[in-house]
Design a protein around this ligand. Structure first.
Ligand code: HXC
Length: 257
């Protein structure tokens, strides 16, 4: 499929998605969201892809939703448009998504980053929710995901102030996994993605699902879920192979079944 606002490529078990509106710092318009969801779902169904990497071209990851596009909208327009059901589909993606953030990740761009499972960022990246300065607020999960991730006090500071925070701060608060020198961002992210891509895919899948459950439920409920997924993996050939290889002191050959 041809895309207008993103660039998609695939190699060596990895699926790459790049936001591609660099002139407007990858401002996320609605067609871009449709394309993103389409591309990510296609990678999720593609057996050749084990792990996805999401990044932005130019000097930003994404500086937010496209302000021009929504400036004149009314509440009823938005209700009828129901655009966030598209964003919701990102929460159902089964394969790991690594976000590689350079430059700005603001507003909807930050929310998109928070949909990733792991985040690597350049040392000069900045994160923020400037919506408050526009008389609005985050709408694609920002108040919920950020608060679950870093706790109420820190989330309040971030969301109420609208300030931009450095990658160092984001790292300290546990929003991102690591900072990487700018020139090495894609290389290091890809290296990590390759590491994951060599793991048994069913384990990755059920671990991701279980971690999501932890964020979204009581410990006890989440543990029941974890247990079921743990049992389920013992129905896979990769479990037999993985454990047998260990016992036989050789490298396992995972098949994704
Ligand atoms: C539309 C945007 C944009 C955005 C940048 N641009 N962000 N256009 N929507 N969110 C455009 C600028 O208008 C400009 O276009 C070009 O990108 C380059 O940006 P500059 O402002 O010239 O760059 P700079 O001076 O370096 O400032 C960078 C910046 C600033 C601090 C990131 O661009 C900025 O404040 N952007 C808006 C950030 C924001 O408020 N995001 C939240 C949006 S609301 P021209 O044509 O002039 O060159 C949101 C709600 C989410 O995300 C709801 C759920 C989806």
């Amino acid at each position: 499929k041809e895309y207008e606002y993103i660039v998609v490529s695939e190699r060596d078990g990895l699926g790459f998605i790049e936001l591609n509106r660099p002139k407007v710092l990858n401002a996320i318009n609605r067609p871009m969201v449709s394309e993103l969801v389409h591309a990510i779902e296609a990678f999720d169904r593609n057996d050749n892809v084990k792990v996805m990497v999401l990044s932005g071209r130019g000097r930003a990851f994404a500086a937010g939703a496209d302000i021009d596009e929504m400036a004149e909208d009314g509440a009823i327009d938005l209700e009828l448009l129901n655009q966030f059901t598209e964003w919701d589909r990102l929460a159902w993606i089964k394969k790991p998504i690594i976000g590689a953030v350079q430059g700005f990740a603001l507003g909807g761009g930050f929310e998109l980053a928070l949909c990733c499972d792991l985040l690597f960022a350049t040392e000069d990246a900045s994160f923020g929710f400037p919506e408050v300065n526009l008389g609005v607020m985050p709408g694609a999960g920002g108040t919920q995901r950020l608060t679950k991730l870093i706790g109420k006090s820190r989330a309040m500071e971030w969301l109420l102030s609208g300030d931009m925070f450095t990658a160092a701060q984001a790292l300290q608060w546990g929003v991102i996994n690591r900072t990487i020198p700018k020139e090495l961002l894609m290389e290091e992210t890809e290296k990590f993605a390759r590491k994951l891509a060599a793991k048994p895919p069913l384990s990755l899948r059920l671990i991701k699902e279980s971690v999501h459950k932890a964020v979204d439920s009581s410990i006890y409920e989440g543990m029941q879920y974890e247990r079921k997924n743990f049992y389920l993996l013992f129905a896979s050939e990769d479990q037999k192979e993985g454990m047998k290889a260990f016992v036989e002191k050789r490298k396992p050959d995972f098949k994704g079944k």
